[in-house]
Design a protein around this ligand. Structure first.
Ligand code: AMP
Ligand code: MG
Length: 649
């Protein structure tokens, strides 16, 4: 077969590069090889202007600190040998020299045998003296002598010259970030100016027709630009000067003009979105003509983050981060931060790591380095790392995570029970006071509100009722919120308890049919009649719930064998059902009353669900668990639950 000959246009170069997916390590190596070594220009700045910058070279001490032997207390400079015999029963008298050494006064008289000189904190030790006695440990005798009833050791209350900082030693190393403490050290050493690396100026552009800046109203089908704010903040956190230019539609000509201008005015250009092979994705085409050598990697074996595009244009890094915010974050931290810090003159990040047990199996795609965000909780034998991932589009998984695991490209999974290394997002592990694992409900926020007001930290991990029970059995949480109906006994929750768990009644949630207010097909009917009416109307579209959801059991009960249009639309949350009906993507569905009310939908009550708490008995005495149970029982919480549409048990 003969290939048609094509000229090597920019577009086809791009296409080729995207088809060659590089390993993470190979992509990093090629990116860095195209950028380093390079001239890093340093400049001298006054101390106050050096704040927040990295030192460009080692700074040496030019004087001793303190510059002379110095008294640490108010008292008397003495010769320790004079006081060897001093004690309660054998006081020693010392004659006072006729001078007082204040801070900033150079002593004139020596301390000879049998004498002492008054000295203030910070005063230079006079010739002959080798120790200082605190004024509180002396008795005045007339005007010109003191009595001392305790011995002193040589050097007592003396700071020797150079004991803090010795002239010639390295005061601060190259790469140190200058903060108030560093400025203090430099000032104490008499240094007024230091060599620093200029912050790289990083232009940030979001791309996508759908993006709206936070604070502005959202038009239909639009979303808020999260990446702009996240990337700008992360750039600042890692030594760059972030210049956010806004979000731009995927229009090649306009975007190219903005990108060229941004690149000319900055040291790094960071874009997000538009890096996939999609029709409207134009930024990588533009990048390929911005300068030499151009695109270095387009497609990296990372998860999340595969469509990452790395380029160097006439010496400047140009990067297109994937559009999904969590993908953008991971690729930024893993691949861009090291380069940014190097350009800012900072050492590599030194993120804290801990070892934790992975309670559930985490499957991973072979051939891609995978990052999994985790939430840390205190288990019975050490830390436990729960995956918080909800897919690469979920921004909350970042906020709820304490750190992440890295799964090697060659591993297919982390088996349940394995120990894994977690890189923390913060310098220390912050294990929450109360850990709730199970089914999520907005009413939980009402119950935990008094705890957070009292300064207790609460972590709620939503894994569904059955997942919560399993976690409680393994001792990985304090309590599990559950709502599981048992058909055999016609009761909620109780039949599912095992030993070690106690059921504490929570509240009831009314489940019912939602429809757009005013829809004549449903107005005024019972739930059974409403569903019959829906089934009679072939144009009527339903929205279902996922298999395993408590709500789904109720829907199945109403539908029997019927499979109306919309049955396979099975979102995983109460809110998604309401959103589908509000936005006219479905005409009816089932959700809980508070969600229906918040969405302004018509509601036909159907069945009351029991949302209770399986409490781990061994943890009932913990202060945070007690506080939770107190809140649940309190009149305030019960009233607040009622206001939110729940019925306390
Ligand atoms: P794209 O690579 O442009 O196709 O984007 C992939 C996904 O990320 C789409 O769902 C976009 O709507 C979303 N996305 C792109 N840019 C942003 C952004 N700045 N903030 C939030 N989501 C974004
Ligand atoms: Mg886009």
């Amino acid at each position: 077969m003969t290939e048609p000959k094509v000229s090597l246009t920019n577009a086809s170069v791009d296409q080729e590069q995207f088809l060659t997916i590089l390993s993470r390590e190979e992509a990093i190596a090629r990116f860095e090889a195209a950028l380093f070594p390079r001239d890093m220009s340093a400049n001298d700045r006054a101390l106050t202007d050096a704040l927040g910058l990295a030192l460009a070279s080692d700074v040496f001490a030019v004087v001793d600190v303190p510059p002379f032997d110095r008294s640490n207390v108010d008292g008397f400079a003495v010769r320790s040998a004079d006081l060897v015999t001093a004690g309660e029963a054998s006081p020693v008298h010392l004659r006072l020299n006729n001078e007082t050494i204040a801070c900033g006064t150079a002593p004139e008289l020596p301390v000879v045998q049998g004498s002492a000189t008054r000295i203030a904190t910070g005063g230079p030790i006079p010739r002959g003296a080798d120790a200082v006695v605190m004024i509180e440990h002396t008795q005045p005798l007339r005007n010109d002598a003191i009595e001392i009833r305790r011995a002193v050791s040589p050097g007592q209350f003396v700071s020797y010259a150079g004991s803090d900082i010795a002239q010639g030693e390295i005061l601060l190393r190259a790469g140190t970030l200058v903060g108030s403490r560093e400025i203090g050290m430099l000032a104490a050493s008499g240094i007024a100016r230091v060599p620093v690396t200029k912050k790289p100026r990083v232009a940030i552009i979001s791309t996508g027709d759908e993006l709206v800046q936070p604070g502005l109203p959202l038009r239909p089908a639009a979303i808020y630009d999260a990446n702009g704010a996240i990337v700008a903040a992360a750039v600042s956190e890692n030594g760059g000067e972030a210049v956010f230019l806004g979000a731009f539609p995927d229009e090649e000509d306009k975007l190219e003009a903005v990108m060229r201008e941004a690149l000319a005015a900055s040291d790094i250009l960071l874009l997000s979105g538009g890096t996939s092979k999609g029709e409207g994705d134009v930024s990588h085409r533009i990048v390929s003509r911005l300068g030499k050598p151009g695109i270095i990697a387009h497609g990296v074996a990372l998860k999340p983050g595969k469509p990452l595009c790395l380029a160097v244009c006439d010496g400047k890094p140009v990067v297109i981060l994937p559009g999904f915010p969590t993908s953008a974050m991971f690729t930024f931290h893993d691949m861009i931060v090291p380069v940014l810090r190097r350009l800012a003159g900072l050492p590599p990040r030194n993120d804290a790591r801990v070892t934790a047990k992975v309670p559930v199996r985490i499957a991973s795609e072979l051939g891609r380095t995978e990052f999994v965000m985790v939430s840390l909780v205190d288990g019975d034998d050490g830390l436990v790392a729960y995956p918080t991932g909800k897919g690469s589009g979920a921004i909350t998984s970042f906020a709820q995570a304490d750190g992440f695991l890295k799964i090697d490209a060659l591993a297919e999974q982390i088996p349940a029970g394995a120990q894994a290394e977690v890189t923390l997002f913060t310098p220390h592990v912050r294990v929450p006071d109360l850990v709730i694992v199970g089914s999520h409900c907005t009413g939980l926020d009402v119950v935990t509100a008094p705890l957070t007001r009292a300064g207790l930290s609460v972590r709620s991990i939503s894994v569904g009722s059955l997942g919560g029970l399993a976690a409680a059995r393994r001792g990985e949480c304090d309590l599990a919120p559950i709502h599981i109906f048992d058909e055999k006994t016609d009761t909620y929750n109780t039949p599912f308890l095992v030993s070690g768990l106690e059921l504490v009644p929570g509240y009831r949630r009314m489940q019912g049919i939602v429809f757009r207010a005013g829809d004549k097909r449903f107005e005024g009917l019972t739930a059974e009649d409403a569903v019959r009416a829906a089934l009679r109307d072939p144009s009527c579209l339903m929205v279902n719930r996922n298999q395993g959801a408590g709500t789904r059991i109720l829907i199945d009960r109403l539908l029997g064998d019927a499979r109306p249009d919309g049955y396979w639309n099975q979102p995983r949350s109460h809110n998604a059902v309401a959103a589908a009906v509000v936005q006219n993507r479905a005409d009816w569905g089932m959700t809980i009353a508070p969600v229906a009310r918040a969405a302004g939908l018509g509601f036909i009550p159907f069945a009351e669900e029991h949302y209770d708490f399986a409490v781990v008995a061994a943890r009932k005495q913990r202060p945070a668990v007690e506080a939770f149970l107190d809140s649940l029982a309190s009149l305030e919480t019960r009233a607040a639950l009622e206001r939110a549409g729940f019925r306390p048990a």
